[in-house]
Design a protein around this ligand. Structure first.
Ligand code: CAA
Length: 258
C-alpha cells in the first residue's frame, strides 16, 4: 500500500481507513494533507473491494482548520490562481460513502472536511466551529454553504459570525452530527457503521449517495425525477433480484455488486 507524508492509510476488510497525522499542528490541513487525502480516498474509491471509508484524526483534533501558517502570506491572486483548497472537491466527489469519526477539534477547514463526508460520528469530546471570522476571513472550504444546509440559517449564522465553538451535544441537536458516542467508543462505532454499509450492494450504495447529493444540490422536482430514474435502474442489477428473493426466502442476501 502507498505510504503518505501526512496521513496513515489502512484497509480492514471492506473498509478503507484514513487517519490525519500531523500531531504537531493539530492536523491542520495544508496542501500536502489535501493531496494525500484526495489520493488515498480516490484509490479506495477506485477499488471495488472497498465499500466504505472512515476518515478520522487524533483524540485531540480531527483537524483544527486549514493551515494558517501556510496561508498567512498569500495574496488574493495567489489563492485564486493557485485554486487553494480546489482539490478538496475531488474528495467530496468520491462515490464510496465516507464516515467522519470526529474527536476533539473540528474547526474551520476541519469542520468543512467533516461536512464533505456522508455521516459524522462524534466523540462526546468533539468541538465544531467555523472560527475564520477571528482571522479576518470567512470559511473557504464550503462552510458557509454546507453548514447552512446542515443546521439552517440561524445556527450557521451564529457560528460563522461569532466564530464560537459548539460541543458535540449541540452539534447533534443541530443536525450536524449523525451520532455522539463516548470518546473511547468512537473508532469502534465508526468501524461498525462502515462495515454495515460495506456489506450492502455497491451499486445501490452509490445510487443512494448520488440521490442524497442530488437532494443537496438541486430543486425538489429535479431531485425526485433523478431518484425515480436511479430507483428504476437498480432493477437491472442481480443484487436487486438477490435482495428481494432473500427477503422472500427469509435468509441474508449474498450480494455480488452486480
Ligand atoms: N494552522 C496551523 N497550525 C495550527 C492550526 C492551524 N489551523 N491550529 C493549530 N495549529 C498549531 C499551533 O500553531 C500549535 O503549533 P506550535 O506548537 O508550533 O505553536 C499547535 O498546532 C498546537 O496548537 P495550540 O498550541 O494552539 O493548541 P491549544 O490547545 O492551545 O489550542 C486550538 C487549540 C483552540 C484549536 C487552537 O490551536 C486554534 O485556535 N487553532 C486555530 C483554529 C482556526 O482558526 N481554524 C480555522 C483555520 S482557517 C480555515 O480553516 C479556512 C477555511 O475555511 C478552509
Amino acid at each position: 500500500m502507498t505510504s503518505y507524508d501526512t496521513i496513515l492509510v489502512e484497509t480492514r476488510g471492506r473498509v478503507g481507513w484514513i487517519t490525519l497525522n500531523r500531531p504537531d499542528a493539530l492536523n491542520a490541513l495544508n496542501t500536502q494533507v489535501m493531496t494525500d487525502v484526495v489520493a488515498a480516498a480516490s484509490a479506495f474509491d477506485a477499488d471495488e473491494a472497498i465499500g466504505a471509508i472512515v476518515l478520522t484524526g487524533s483524540e485531540r483534533a480531527f483537524a483544527a482548520g486549514a493551515d494558517i501558517k501556510e496561508m498567512e502570506s498569500k495574496s488574493g491572486l495567489d489563492v485564486l490562481m493557485g485554486d487553494h483548497f480546489g482539490g478538496w472537491a475531488q474528495f467530496a466527489a468520491v462515490r464510496t460513502p465516507v464516515i467522519a469519526a470526529v474527536s476533539g477539534y473540528a474547526l474551520g477547514g476541519g469542520c468543512e472536511l467533516a461536512m464533505m463526508c456522508d455521516i459524522i460520528i462524534a466523540a462526546d469530546t468533539a468541538k465544531f466551529g467555523q472560527p475564520e471570522i477571528n482571522l479576518g476571513v470567512i470559511p473557504g472550504m464550503g462552510g458557509s454553504q454546507r453548514l447552512l444546509r446542515a443546521v439552517g440559517y440561524y445556527k450557521a449564522a451564529d457560528l460563522i459570525l461569532t466564530g464560537r465553538m459548539m460541543d458535540a451535544a449541540e452539534a447533534e441537536r443541530s443536525g450536524l452530527v449523525s451520532r455522539v458516542v463516548p470518546a473511547a467508543e468512537l473508532l469502534a462505532e465508526a468501524g461498525k457503521t462502515a462495515e454495515t454499509i460495506a456489506a450492502k450492494s455497491l451499486p445501490s450504495v452509490y445510487a443512494a449517495k448520488a440521490a442524497l447529493d442530488a437532494a443537496m444540490e438541486t430543486t425538489l422536482a429535479e431531485g425526485l425525477r433523478f431518484e425515480r430514474h436511479v430507483f428504476a435502474s437498480l432493477f437491472d442489477t442481480s443484487d436487486q433480484k438477490e435482495g428481494m428473493s432473500a427477503f422472500r426466502e427469509k435468509r441474508s442476501p449474498d450480494f455480488t455488486n452486480r
